[in-house]
Write a protein that binds this ligand. Structure first.
Ligand code: SF4
Length: 153
């Protein structure tokens, strides 16, 4: 896995070791929500429907280690994927660093506060519904980017 180096979050993404890569996530939970892609336009809409493994109260995966066994299509973010997927939130630490931008000051690596992501309104904790209870995704479209603008510089 490797050690966490001082200020590793300022290094280019390709230089991070595995432990640093994992530690970069702010834990917002946005990538664990279902999205709807328009088959014609390719446009993607966000929903407030969470993967069945997401703890909707904390926005943490309830079985991160074994998640692939239960959710085979769970996307493990890699450098190539971060550069390729259009739907990572503007606040996502991987997206920011892939674009050469610094982390926001509420990110726990900067603020030292794991809860700050919730206070800023970026975390989906307490604001999402489990996919097993949700019904049709079309009834759950949410503009998350519009809601977290206060957290953006
Ligand atoms: S969107 Fe980015 S920062 Fe948020 S949980 Fe997913 S990988 Fe982590």
């Amino acid at each position: 896995m490797g050690e966490l180096r001082d200020q590793f979050w300022e290094l280019p993404l390709p230089d991070l070791n595995r432990a640093e890569w994992e530690a970069l996530c702010d834990g917002c939970g946005r990538c664990c929500l279902h999205k709807i892609e328009d088959a014609d336009t390719g446009e993607i809409e966000d929903t407030n429907v969470a993967c069945k493994l997401l703890d909707t109260g904390t926005a943490q995966c309830s079985d991160y280690r074994n998640r692939k066994a239960f959710v085979p299509d769970c996307l493990r973010l890699t450098l190539a994927i971060v550069e390729d997927v259009p739907w990572l939130p503007k606040t996502c630490a991987y997206r920011l660093r892939a674009e050469g931008r610094p982390l926001f000051d509420w990110h726990y690596l900067i603020s030292g506060d794991r809860e700050a992501v919730k206070h800023t309104g970026v975390s989906v904790a307490g604001r999402v519904i489990n996919e097993n209870d949700a019904g049709p995704l079309e009834h759950h479209i949410v503009d998350w980017d519009g809601q977290d603008t206060g957290a953006l510089r």
